[in-house]
Design a protein. Sequence first.
Length: 432
Amino acid sequence: MTLKSGDTLDRVLRERLRIEPARLRVEIRDELAEFVELRSIRPGHQAEAVFDKKGRLMRLIWHKDLLNEWWITVCWKGQRCDEHLADKQKEADEKAEWSLFTQKLEVQERLVRRELRLRISSRTPSVSAGVQQAGEGAELALRVAHTFQKYHPVGKLFPEDRLDVWFEQIQVAGRVAGYGRILFARFATRRSGVFTLLHGVLLGPRGPEQMYRADGTRRRKRRFFGPPTRPYRVNSRFGWRYHPVLRKRRMHRGIDVSLPCGRPVFAVAAGQVITRGWRGGAGRMVSVRHAQGWVTRYFHLSRYRVRRGQRVRLGQRIGDIGASGLATGCHLHFEMMRGGRHVDPQRFLHFRPDDSIPCAKMPSLWGFQIQACSSLGLPLRDCGLLLPQRCYRPMRRRFWQIAAKACRTRHRRCPHKPPIRPGPWPAMPRGE
C-alpha cells in the first residue's frame, strides 16, 4: 500500500495494515524509529505486511525509495525463524511472545556521470525549468542552486545566460534513484561574467568534499572580525596575570600583541570611532563601536590614523603600534566588549589557514577541468583554464604541457604560445 496525505504511522499500522496486538504496533514503531526519521515520512512511501496462516505478522516492509527499504521480521514463540535469526528466536522464547529483527535491504547502485547544458530563454526562464525539460528530477535543480548560492551567488538570470553541469546520477536497476556530487559547473552570464567550479574529488578518492574555483581557491565564509595586526601573534592572554610594571596581580582584560613600533593597527570590523585620546596608563587609545553591541579598544598606540566620529571599514588602518602609557615595550593591547562586558578576544578571532589547492596538485585540477569540458562538448576557449599568480613560476611549464596537449587533440597544430603572465589561458580563435 502507498501512504496518502494525512496518514500517520500509527494509523497505517492499525487501520490500513491491521496489525495486532497494540503492543506489537508500539514495538514496531519504536524499532522503525531507530532507522527511519519518523518526521520524514511522506505521501508516496510504501508499506507492505506479510502474515502467516494464523493471521500473525511475519514481516513488515517499509519502502521509502529505490535506495532505502527496511524489513522488520517478527519471530514468534515456538515458530521456526531463519537461521540467521537464531538469537532472536531464543529471545522470543524467553519473552514468551515475540522478538523483532530489522535490516536494510542492500541494493546494487551505480554512479553514472551525466551532462546538462542549459540556456536561459523565454522557454527556459529558470534553472528548475531547464532541469525538468531535460528530464531530470527537481533534486538536481536544488543541488545546483545550493552549490552556486554557497560558493558564488549568481543573482537574477538574463536571456542567453548559460549553465553547464557535469554531475553524478545514482541508478538502481536502470532507474534513476537520486543524484550524487556536482563535479563541474560553469555559469556564463552577461552580468557577472564566467564562473567555474570543480569538485575536490579531482584530487583523488579521498579528495575534500568541497567545490573549488578555477584558480584552486575555495570561497570562505565571510568573517565578522578580522585580525587587528599582521602578523597576529598573541604574547599575553586574557585573564589574571602578574602586571610587569605595577608588580602585582591584576586582571588582564584583553590580549597583547608584540610587534615593532610603527607597525599598522587595523579595525577588526566595520564601525564608528567613538573615542580617540590619551587614557592614563593605556596611553593613546582608539575605541570603535560595531554592530550587534560590540566595542573594540586599541591601547598604547604611537600615532592616530582616524578621528573621532569617523566611520571605518574592516581592515582599515586606525593607528600605529607604540609604547605609550604603562608599557615595557612596543605592543598593542587589544580589548573586546559586548553589552558593556569584557570578553576574551581569542574566542571570537578565528583565522583559518589557507585551504587552497597546493601548486603541486594543480595539474590534477587542470586535467579534470579539460575532461569535464570534453564531456560537456565545450570548446577550450570556454573551459576556463587558469594559471594562478602563486603557481606561475613553479608550474608554468607544466601548465603549458597540459594545455598544449589538450589543444593538439582538437587541432593539428596548437595556435597558442606558452603563457607569459598569470591568468586565464588565451582565448581560442572563434573559428574553432
